[in-house]
Write a protein that binds this ligand. Structure first.
Ligand SMILES: [Zn+2]
Length: 413
């Protein structure tokens, strides 16, 4: 039976750190048990056999490129902290409920919109201060901590600065750059850096865990460029493969200005369609749930008051859903740009005769043709155009404008 860290692909160093911390945390609980009160991470220092420098602390940041497994690592660590044996055995109720997202003392914040608001954060911090019902730790996992609003970040900082004795904060962010995590929050946290897992390690987990055929797993792992979740989707979801094929057909289609602008429109519209499909189900379910919660019908003064409240709640919900749709669109577009960047990276490495495996094995011949036509310089200019487009969209340039500019460069070089 694999333990909770088994799915953390190619991250041996991080796993060693987390196992060590989980053991130290278990020692804290064991030490605190006889006295029952006044326990906390600070007591680690007083415990013989536990190295406080490498032990447990109450705030952590998991950093790494998208798909490297930041949230997988955070969740596995949470499970190890809640594990009855303190190891993350993968079998006890603490491990099991944490991994399936049903543990009463583990709260997961997944931002659906472009940012996590202060209201959400305050409520969370308040609940996180309560005594853990399972007797171990109160854990708050914040995915995409780089998407906290400034006010939300301040609310979180306050909690991290004055942590309740049994509360652990696990933050996930692309990096510890001040754009991603404020310097003050960073200074209170221990950082666990994750690296982009090698394709072979990703392929191995697809075969072992998901039962995917080895040749498909290898292709998907390379094409996903170290993104484990993306690799699994490519291996399993025919629609994801079709979308990727459409993106990789772009370079071939750029025959003039008109074609470049058409390609830009097609890319944007495909991202919109993909995003719409991904949020439609959740949107409808939430609307139905809200309507049920508010109750249909009813008369009298109470009902009129409830209706006024309902209008506000509905407006809130619409705002949240719109923000989530925008986010889903950007994510879909970004996935397409990463695929496209992989193609031009292949052309560049081929032009340089660099001894590295191509990202997209199935378009390697086309990349080779590009390499001959453009040389290394031309391939590099095109790769840079894709990366600049990503950066521009990240910096809030209107996606259509950024994508059109990129397509023109991809055509002209
Ligand atoms: Zn366990």
């Amino acid at each position: 039976m694999p333990d909770v860290f088994a799915d953390l692909v190619g991250q041996d160093e991080a796993v060693a750190t987390l196992r060590h911390a989980a053991a130290a945390a278990a020692a804290v609980l064991r030490a605190a048990h006889p006295v029952a009160a006044g326990s906390g991470p600070a007591e680690v220092e007083g415990q013989p056999g536990v190295d406080p420098g490498a032990g447990m602390t109450h705030a952590w940041i998991f950093t790494g490129p998208p798909g490297s497994g930041r949230s997988v690592a955070a969740r596995a660590f949470a499970a190890a902290l809640q594990c009855a044996y303190g190891t993350g055995c993968g079998e006890c109720p603490g491990c099991h409920t944490t991994m399936t997202g049903t543990h009463a003392d583990v709260r997961l914040v997944v931002p659906e919109g472009l940012s996590i608001g202060v209201g959400e954060m305050r409520a969370l911090v308040l609940r996180a201060a309560s005594t853990p019902s399972g007797g171990r730790w109160q854990i708050v996992i914040i995915e995409d901590a780089d998407r906290l609003t400034e006010a939300a970040g301040n609310a979180l900082l306050k909690a991290i600065e004055e942590p309740p004795p049994r509360t652990v904060f696990l933050l996930c962010a692309p990096s510890t750059h001040p754009d991603d995590v404020s310097v003050t929050i960073r200074s209170r946290c221990r950082v666990v850096p994750l690296r982009q897992p090698p394709a072979a390690a990703v392929a191995e987990v697809l075969v072992r865990r998901d039962g995917i055929a080895p040749d498909v797993a290898q292709w998907a792992a390379a094409a996903a460029q170290g993104h484990v979740g993306r690799a699994r989707r490519l291996a399993r979801d025919p629609e994801a493969r079709q979308r990727r094929d459409a993106v990789l057909a772009v370079p071939r289609r750029l025959t003039g200005v008109g074609a470049a602008l058409d390609a830009a429109s097609a890319l944007i519209e495909a991202a919109e369609a993909e995003a719409e499909a991904s949020v439609a189900e959740a949107d409808a379910a939430e609307r139905a749930a809200l309507q049920t919660a508010l109750g249909a019908g009813g008369t009298g003064r109470g009902a009129a008051g409830a209706m006024r409240g309902a209008a506000g709640q509905l407006k809130d919900l619409e705002k949240r859903q719109k923000s989530r749709a925008t986010r889903a669109q950007r994510d879909a577009l970004d996935r397409a740009l990463v695929d496209l960047a992989g193609f031009y990276r292949d052309a560049l490495t081929m032009a340089l005769r660099a001894p590295v495996a191509p990202v997209h094995t199935d378009t390697a011949a086309m990349a080779e043709a590009g390499a001959q036509k453009w040389d290394a310089e031309g391939a590099l200019r095109r790769l840079e155009a894709v990366l600049e487009c990503r950066a521009a969209i990240e910096a809030n340039v209107k996606p259509r404008i950024a994508v059109e500019a990129m397509m023109l460069t991809l055509w002209k070089g």
